[in-house]
Design a protein around this ligand. Structure first.
Ligand SMILES: C[S@@+](CC[C@H](N)C(=O)[O-])C[C@H]1O[C@@H](n2cnc3c(N)ncnc32)[C@H](O)[C@@H]1O
Length: 192
């Protein structure tokens, strides 16, 4: 485990407290989308996304943690998810996808770590390079409530903080929704 990313590398999956289908429906994922799950962990959101984008779509599951990518690769192989690819990459450095090639980027339970590590700028620059104009950036985070699951209270982000970060990097917030008991989603539209 990389010490630099010690916080975000907690390695926990939120699979048992969040429903991937609910997340993706609230994100507005569409059939045919090219979808990036940035910081995919064990890939449970990517796998649901691969079903929802269908044969005409494509899903890239990206993570910096080699073990997570191996897990996702095994799931892809075992289940013949032909429209999905697992990619090992540090998104603070590079996202190995073409410019203006992605319709929808999702970051679930990841952004707070980049805020804590002061790495938001390089990550957002990389996202802005690969996302299409008019594309959607969906951020899922734990609600900022004391004693709830998730990161420490000081590290949790409020939806207002997420909206502010999105605005700073060229995204208009279209909506925010509560997800399950502990989460919320903010959906931002990449301004042309
Ligand atoms: C709390 S987990 C969330 C996993 C998954 N999205 C979920 O909701 O269950 C954070 C994930 O972000 C990944 N991550 C942290 N820093 C990263 C970076 N610089 N580049 C790519 N992935 C990163 C971690 O390896 C980890 O899998």
């Amino acid at each position: 485990m990389d010490k630099k990313h010690s916080h975000v590398h907690s390695g926990k999956s939120t699979q048992n407290i969040i429903n991937a289908e609910e997340v993706l429906k609230n994100a507005g994922i569409k059939s045919g989308d090219v979808f990036l799950d940035a910081g995919c962990g064990d890939g449970y959101i990517s796998i649901e996304a691969s079903k929802m984008v269908g044969k005409q779509g494509r899903v890239y599951a990206v993570d910096v943690y080699p073990e997570s990518i191996e897990t996702v690769k095994t799931k892809i192989r075992d289940n013949d998810f032909n429209n999905m690819e697992a990619v090992l990459a540090d998104i603070t450095e590079n996202i190995p996808l073409n410019d203006d090639s992605v319709d929808h980027v999702m970051m679930a339970n990841v952004l707070h770590g980049f805020v804590a590590e002061n790495e938001v700028e390089p990550v957002m620059d990389n996202i802005n390079r690969i996302i299409k104009s008019g594309g959607i950036f969906s951020v899922v985070e734990f609600r900022k409530i004391e004693n709830n699951p998730g990161p420490p209270f000081d590290v949790k982000l409020s939806s207002e903080q997420v909206i502010e970060i999105l605005a700073q990097y060229g995204f208009d917030t279209i909506n925010t929704q509560k997800i399950g008991t502990f989460h919320y989603i903010v959906n931002g539209l990449r301004k042309p």
